[in-house]
Design a protein around this ligand. Structure first.
Ligand code: BMA
Length: 318
C-alpha cells in the first residue's frame, strides 16, 4: 500500500506552548518569535519578542537548563527600543535572530526596527545579553527577516535579509548583502525567490532562523506566506546553498515541511502562523530544537535532525 502520510521532520513538544504571556513576570499581551542560542554555560537562551498592551514590542531574555522547561525570565525588558537615540525604533523592535560571531567574541543580534517609514533591519552586539552595543540601522525600509552568517566568506560578512519594494507585481524575495565591516553593505543579490501562482511559498518568503552550516552547505529554513481569502498561512520550507558561495542554490524543497496544525498555532492574535526565529543545533548529533512563534501569541518548540532534513531535501525532485 502506498505511504500516504508525510514523514514529520519537525516533532512538536507535547506540552506546547512552552512560554506564554501568562508565564511573564510583568504584564504583556503576547510573547512570540524568539531568537535562540546555546550559552557556554550549557543553558539555552531565548531572546523573546514581547508585545506590550500598546502594541509596541521589546526583547526579553529567558534562560533554561534543558531548553524546554523552568525558564528564568528577566524581570524587566532586556532590550527596549531607544527612539531618542535611534528614532527608527519608534514603534518597537521585533523578531530578533542571534548569530555567535567567534571572530568578534560576541553575539550579533539582527532585529526589525519598526520605523515611521516601515520595518528595517538593525544590528546590536553583545557578550552577555546584559549590556549591548547598538550599531543602528544596517538596511533601509522595507526590510526584515535578517541574520548574519557566523563568519566571513571571502573576507566579507554576509547578511541574509528580505527587502520589499512597492514596485507593482514584485515579490518579496530573500537577498544577500556583503560587508567588509558590518556597517557598509553592498553587492546585493537575490538568494531565493518566492514562487508564483498557487505554490505554498508564492509571492512572499523570508529567512526564519539563521542558516545552519553543514558539510553539504548552508541549510536554510525559510517561511513561505500563502495569501488566501481567509488570511495568510505561514509555513516552513528548506533550501540548501553552497558553502563558499551562498548565492548559489544547491537544492530547494518543493513541499512545505512544517505548518500550522495545532490549535495554539491556528488561533491567536494572528492565526495560522508558525514563525521560528531561532534554533539550537548540536553538531555532534545533528539534533535541533526549533523555537517558533505560534499565532503571534506564544512560543512553541519542535525538534528535528539536520541529517534527516538533508536526506529529505536530497530525495525531493530537482
Ligand atoms: C510577519 C512578521 C512577524 C509575524 C508574521 C505573522 O510579517 O511581522 O512578526 O509573526 O508576520 O503575523
Amino acid at each position: 500500500m502506498a505511504n500516504t502520510t508525510f514523514r514529520e521532520l519537525f516533532r512538536r513538544y507535547k506540552q506546547n506552548p512552552i512560554l506564554t504571556a501568562s508565564s511573564w513576570p510583568y504584564p504583556a499581551n503576547s510573547v512570540f518569535n524568539a531568537a535562540a542560542t546555546a550559552l557556554p554555560t550549557g543553558e539555552t537562551l531565548l531572546l523573546v519578542r514581547v508585545e506590550d498592551r500598546r502594541g509596541i514590542s521589546h526583547l526579553t531574555a529567558a534562560r533554561s537548563d534543558d531548553g524546554i522547561t523552568s525558564w528564568r525570565i528577566d524581570p524587566q525588558p532586556t532590550l527596549s527600543s531607544d527612539p531618542e537615540r535611534f528614532p527608527e525604533e519608534i514603534w518597537g523592535i521585533e523578531d530578533p535572530r542571534i548569530t555567535w560571531i567567534a571572530e568578534l567574541d560576541r553575539y550579533a543580534i539582527t532585529y526589525t526596527s519598526y520605523s515611521t517609514s516601515g520595518p528595517l533591519v538593525s544590528l546590536v552586539l553583545t557578550r552577555d545579553f546584559k549590556t549591548f552595543e547598538r550599531k543602528g540601522v544596517i538596511t533601509p525600509p522595507e526590510d526584515k527577516d535578517a541574520a548574519l552568517l557566523p563568519h566571513r566568506i571571502g573576507g566579507r560578512w554576509v547578511l541574509i535579509h528580505r527587502p520589499v519594494s512597492g514596485f507593482p507585481g514584485s515579490r518579496a524575495n530573500m537577498w544577500l548583502s556583503y560587508s567588509p565591516d558590518l556597517k557598509h553593505w553592498g553587492d546585493h543579490c537575490v538568494m531565493l525567490e518566492a514562487r508564483r501562482g498557487a505554490w505554498w511559498d508564492a509571492n512572499k518568503i523570508g529567512l526564519s532562523p539563521p542558516a545552519i552550516e553543514t558539510s553539504e552547505g548552508w541549510l536554510v529554513i525559510y517561511h513561505g506566506v500563502r495569501m488566501t481569502a481567509a488570511g495568510c498561512l505561514y509555513r516552513l520550507g528548506l533550501a540548501l546553498f553552497d558553502l563558499e558561495d551562498p548565492a548559489r542554490l544547491v537544492k530547494r524543497g518543493d513541499e512545505w515541511v512544517f505548518g500550522p496544525d495545532e490549535s495554539y498555532e491556528r488561533v491567536g492574535d494572528v492565526g495560522d502562523v508558525v514563525f521560528p526565529c531561532g534554533l539550537v543545533h548540536d553538531p555532534a548529533t545533528g539534533n535541533l530544537r526549533l523555537y517558533y512563534g505560534a499565532a503571534d501569541t506564544s512560543i512553541a518548540l519542535a525538534t528535528g535532525n539536520v541529517g534527516e532534513l538533508l536526506d529529505w531535501l536530497r530525495g525531493r525532485p530537482s
